[in-house]
Design a protein around this ligand. Structure first.
Ligand code: ADP
Ligand code: MG
Length: 261
């Protein structure tokens, strides 16, 4: 059984964790055995899948208990619809590269065969992409997640970050990594001229938009209950948008080498 592995990248605050968690929830409802791995030092990727619980990170756990399969397993948790959740974690503030946790966590998940042991069919890595330093680029390396999705809105800084990630993908690919972009996720911010800007960005980058996610108050309403929209408001237009995104990704076989600006 091969595990489909994707990485979701984007600027901090753009909506990666919100989109990832709702996507995981929707994928699980479509029958996938999902694992979500938070790869942002903020370590709050999986919290809405866990009813507000904040997981101890893999990096923190191995610092305290030492490196073992048991230690890694002790900080995994099952969330909504049996989704397996993990947080990679980061270094103590001011020490070391912020992407280190990602590199270590991914290595350990592979080394200890966690995805196989837990019967995972779909793994999603939620990665901070403001800085594509060595650590954060790790999910692109060594075939962890050869398939990248860029989360962006029409805001310039979000597009700037997405373009930087596209550059990193090109560099990785040139270095021999098997990596490509599966598509852009348009998490709408409702800024002026957003639709045109996104369309132009997508064309310039040579990467299509896989789904448009509307800006919706239901996201905050669900967040207050520490849950995803998919769990809190099933059948709502917003929940349907996440299901549509999940279906689009499941059926997407296209990979694009971006042409960054
Ligand atoms: P990131 O993980 O990229 O740092 P988050 O997922 O934490 O970003 O999102 C940042 C904030 O944006 C969240 O508090 C969330 O409420 C809000 N948000 C994200 N996507 C949407 C959306 N489609 N509609 C409304 N609010 C959203
Ligand atoms: Mg996040």
């Amino acid at each position: 059984m091969s595990v489909r592995q994707i990485a979701v990248y984007g600027k901090g605050g753009i909506g990666k964790s919100t989109t990832s968690s709702n996507l995981s929830a929707a994928l699980s409802q479509l029958g996938e055995k999902v694992m979500q791995v938070g790869c942002d030092p903020k370590s709050d990727s999986t919290t809405t899948l866990l009813g507000g619980r904040l997981l101890t990170t893999i990096l923190d756990a191995i610092r305290v208990k030492g490196m073992s399969a048991q230690t890694v397993k002790s900080v995994l948790a099952r969330g909504f619809n049996d989704i397996l959740c993990a947080e990679a974690g980061g270094p103590r503030p001011g020490t070391g590269c912020a992407g280190k946790g990602v590199a270590v966590a991914l290595e350990l998940l592979t080394k200890y065969g966690i995805l196989e042991e837990y019967g995972i069919s779909f793994a999603l890595y939620d990665v901070l992409g403001d800085v594509v330093c060595g650590g954060f680029a790790q999910p692109m390396r060594r075939g962890y997640a050869a398939e990248i999705y860029l989360v962006t809105s029409g805001e310039l800084m979000a597009l700037y970050a997405a373009n930087n990630i596209a550059k990193a993908v090109r560099e990785m690919e040139a270095d021999g990594a098997e990596v490509a972009i599966g598509g852009i996720i348009d998490n709408q911010r409702n800024v002026k001229g957003e639709e045109d800007l996104m369309k132009e960005f997508s064309e310039r980058l040579n990467v299509p938009i896989v789904a448009h996610i509307p800006r919706s108050e239901l996201v905050q309403a669900a967040e207050i209950q520490r849950k995803t929209v998919v769990e809190t408001f099933p059948g709502s237009a917003q929940s349907e948008a996440y299901t549509k995104l999940a279906k689009a990704i499941l059926s997407n076989k296209d990979r694009y080498l971006p042409t960054p600006m």
